[in-house]
Design a protein around this ligand. Structure first.
Ligand SMILES: *Cc1c(COP(=O)(O)O)cnc(C)c1O
Length: 372
């Protein structure tokens, strides 16, 4: 048996749907900002439970547009150090300054670290739901933000379909940014989505995404926007995947349950326990290795002796230790001890919308042998 780290899934009927629609798009010549983009936006907003959604060409664009609208120019924004590079980078691209904060044992932003790091010029906080779980501490973070008059936005790249107390990811702050990059739970090839309940954010996001133009047909530029549009072909791919989202998530949860049970009998590794009110989409199935075990060696042996591939970590190195930040001299090893420790010890077991229970069982057996 061979177990890949992840697998992108387009059912045959979805491929047929996409081909059909691409044919139509090519015939009509309506290639961008058309009806499929709007359909995707409407269905996505309804699903998340927000009033508005704006489709864009990447999750990174979605982050930057929101930050430009919230106005971070010359101001600082608190970002967890355990995130993908795009989160802090989007703050810098929007003209802001990044302040990193540490995380808690569930890999997500630590409210105490936020409080410690708030400065005079701090404008807001970006929370990143790592691996697919919305952390329960988001309630505390909402309170901190309200009390200090800071914005709260979600980097929701990992959490399509995840809930906390039955409430969908993307509806916890002023706005949220989703990604449909190929590795995510659903993909549009490349793409992203902004969701919000705030009409002003919505209207300005439409303007920012299209070169800051006040309207589609005019040539009046009111904002410093960019080409952040999603093409109709990407929208059709995204729509077909989006309509599979619940099915994909249910399947991932089944695989995760097999892992939850199986890992109880394996020493050396502890899965990240989720409280019952948290329903992850299992973008990643994360677990933490005991101290003293060497992750690289374990992954290599799994790959070479058992043909089981673990996926990339979330994340291997916290952002403050990435050369682009560390070399500036502002950060050093030991600044964010919880994130540094978890980043060293975490692993992500293979998971996908089409992984079989047999593959999950084989992964557990192989892991058990390697950890012995
Ligand atoms: C993937 C990802 C992004 C960026 O999304 P793109 O669509 O690749 O631009 C941003 N933040 C996090 C946490 C991500 O995982």
């Amino acid at each position: 048996m061979q177990v890949p780290a992840a697998k992108i899934h387009f059912p045959e009927e979805d491929k047929a749907y996409i081909s059909d629609k691409v044919e139509e798009i090519l015939s009509t010549g309506q290639l961008t900002l058309g009806k499929y983009g709007r359909e995707f936006e409407e269905e996505f907003a309804r699903y998340v439970g927000t009033k508005y959604a704006v489709a864009v060409n990447s999750g990174t664009s979605a982050l930057e547009i929101i930050l430009r609208i919230l106005g971070v120019q010359g101001r600082s924004v608190i970002v967890p150090t355990n995130t993908f590079f795009a989160t802090p980078a989007s703050v810098l691209h929007a003209g802001g300054k990044v302040i990193f904060a540490d995380v808690t044992e569930n890999l997500c932003l630590d409210p105490q670290s936020i409080t410690r790091n708030i400065r005079e010029d701090t404008k807001g906080v970006i929370i990143v739901h790592i691996g697919g779980a919305i952390p329960p501490q988001i309630k505390q973070i909402q309170e901190i933000c309200q009390a200090r008059n800071l914005f709260l936005m979600e980097d929701a790249a990992h959490v399509q379909g995840s809930t906390l107390d039955g409430k969908m990811a993307g509806s916890f702050g002023q706005a949220a940014a989703f990604s449909f990059y190929p590795t995510k739970v659903i993909t549009s090839g490349e793409g992203g989505m902004i969701v919000t309940n705030d009409e002003e954010i919505y209207q300005r996001a439409l303007v920012f995404r299209d070169q800051g133009k006040a309207g589609f047909y005019g040539n009046v530029h009111t904002e410093l926007g960019y080409n952040w549009r999603m093409s109709e072909i990407h929208a059709v791919i995204g729509l077909s995947q989006f309509r599979r989202l619940e099915e994909f998530v249910q399947h991932r949860r089944k695989i995760a349950n097999i892992y939850n049970e199986g890992l109880e009998e394996i020493t050396g590794i502890t899965p990240l326990k989720l409280p019952p009110q948290v329903k992850s989409n299992y973008y990643k199935y994360t677990a933490i290795l005991d101290r003293g075990l060497d992750r690289a060696t374990i992954k290599k042996e799994l790959r070479e002796s058992y043909r089981v591939s673990f996926s990339g970590e979330v994340y291997e190195l916290p952002c403050h230790l990435q050369p682009i930040f560390k070399d500036s001299g502002s950060y050093k090893d030991g600044d964010y001890p919880v994130a540094e420790d978890l980043c060293k010890r975490m692993v992500c077991l293979p998971i996908s919308a089409v992984m079989t229970p047999e593959e999950a069982g084989y992964t557990l057996d192989s892991l058990k042998k390697v950890l012995k």
